[in-house]
Ligand binder design. Structure first.
Ligand SMILES: Cc1cc2nc3c(=O)[nH]c(=O)nc-3n(C[C@H](O)[C@H](O)[C@H](O)COP(=O)(O)O)c2cc1C
Length: 398
């Protein structure tokens, strides 16, 4: 791999027609077991400072490992299906304000959680093009985490949308669709290594090369869980070909009323991309849940979060050039306000109102809810006590 990596052109498919069986093809895999739930339930771990909310209202939320480990164990005890963590590379000071840049690495943190949990799925976000990583690295590291976790580990494949991150790794940002072409090549080679019974050789046009590469043990259920997070045509096509789960956003911003109108068509389009190639993907959405016993308490909590808004963070966030399509529905001053609350969609209300909104999201084609909270520990406890039983009564959880 040369230094001018960003100029690389992906090779044509290294394995046309090759199909790597996935965990959803095995009825006893942890993914298949989770998919029996009417709605997947996940927790978006706050391994980065500020979590998702640019507010200084006092709270327990912390990026430290012990805090996130405790959250994961609590989510597992409550019967959640998955936890997930993001990956970001930011210069000194991060986005600014409460988003000060302190963050654990997603791959390492989730990797460490594999050995302290027993049932829950664990998804690491990984920039597969940074480094550059060699496909053999991911094939071997992924197979190892797959075995430690007994098939519960998965990867959220991201390609990096912020120019500053690519520059940190030593090149100008790779063009948007070329990133997905390179990620396609990379993942196809990794899948070969996960499934080939013999040594595997590969020579990319200008990218990766392998001579007699081999990985054993193989992953337990074909391959680890594959996820990607996207809103663009190229990313949706990638999801259709490879992913078990697609992390989507509302194309119309994060307020519930706007999002719910736009989601059915968007979710259907994402799912169709997989059906077109004889596969199935599930859609996952990230609600920020603000919930208290009464409407008055709920909105008082919401208003306090907003009143303590740290304007430095959304302003700094906007200052970083991104070419992502996924968040194009959010812009302007309102986007800054919404970033103080956080989440890709806001679900605000009493326990009954929250469940009612979840029912509407399911009807809109959302298969999974990856929850964020403002104050994770107490809010998750309240959710477990008051909202989860109502989700069961509403037929959203077994
Ligand atoms: C819900 C969601 C979560 C994401 N999480 C991350 C992340 O943790 N790290 C990252 O670099 N990009 C993340 N992304 C960005 C995407 O991976 C992608 O780079 C970006 O959306 C640009 O691709 P697109 O134009 O296909 O949407 C996320 C995107 C979405 C929609």
């Amino acid at each position: 791999m040369t230094a001018d990596y960003a100029d690389h052109v992906a090779a044509p498919s290294p394995s046309p027609g090759h199909r790597c069986p996935g965990p959803a093809d095995f009825p006893d895999s942890p993914l298949s077991q989770a998919l029996r739930q009417p709605v997947l339930l996940g927790l978006f771990l706050p391994i980065q400072a500020g979590g998702w909310s640019a507010s200084t209202l006092p709270r327990t939320t912390s990026w430290h490992f012990d805090y996130n480990k405790a959250l994961t164990l609590r989510a597992e005890a409550l019967g959640f299906d998955l936890v997930f963590a993001l990956s970001q590379w930011l210069p000194k000071g991060g986005y600014g304000g409460v988003f000060d840049g302190n963050a654990l690495d997603s791959f390492m943190t989730i990797g460490a959680l594999t050995s302290v949990t027993s049932r829950i799925l664990l998804i690491s976000t990984l920039h597969v093009l940074y480094g550059p990583w060699h496909p053999l690295h991911l094939a071997k590291f992924g197979a190892t985490l797959d075995h430690i976790s007994n098939g519960r580990w998965g990867i959220n494949v991201v390609t990096g949308h912020r120019a500053v991150e690519h520059e940190m790794f030593g090149w100008d940002r790779i063009e948007h669709d070329n990133r997905y072409a390179l990620a396609t090549e990379f993942i196809e080679v990794v899948q070969r290594l996960w499934s080939e019974p013999d040594n595997y050789s590969y020579e990319g046009r200008s990218s990766w090369r392998l001579q007699g590469g081999f990985v054993t043990p193989k992953p337990k259920f074909g391959r680890p869980v594959l996820v990607n997070a996207t809103g663009s045509d190229a990313g949706i096509a990638f999801a259709g070909r490879f992913s078990d789960i697609v992390f989507i956003t509302s194309p119309a911003g994060s307020t519930f009323s706007d999002a719910i109108a736009a989601l059915p068509a968007h979710a259907a389009r994402v799912k169709q991309s997989a059906l077109d190639v004889g596969r199935q993907v599930r859609t996952l959405l990230n609600p920020m849940v603000i919930c208290r016993e009464t409407e008055r308490e709920t909105w008082a909590y919401h208003d306090a979060i907003v009143a303590h808004g740290d304007d430095r963070s959304p302003k700094g966030f906007r200052g970083f050039d991104s070419d992502a399509h996924a968040w194009r529905g959010r812009s302007g001053v309102d986007a800054d306000k919404r970033r103080i609350v956080g989440g890709n969609i806001e679900v605000i209300g009493t326990p009954e109102q929250v469940v009612e909104q979840f029912v509407r999201l399911k009807r809109a084609g959302i298969d999974g809810l990856q929850l964020s909270f403002f104050d994770f520990q107490p809010d998750l406890d309240f959710f477990g006590e008051r909202v989860l039983p109502l989700m069961r009564s509403a037929g959203l959880r077994l």
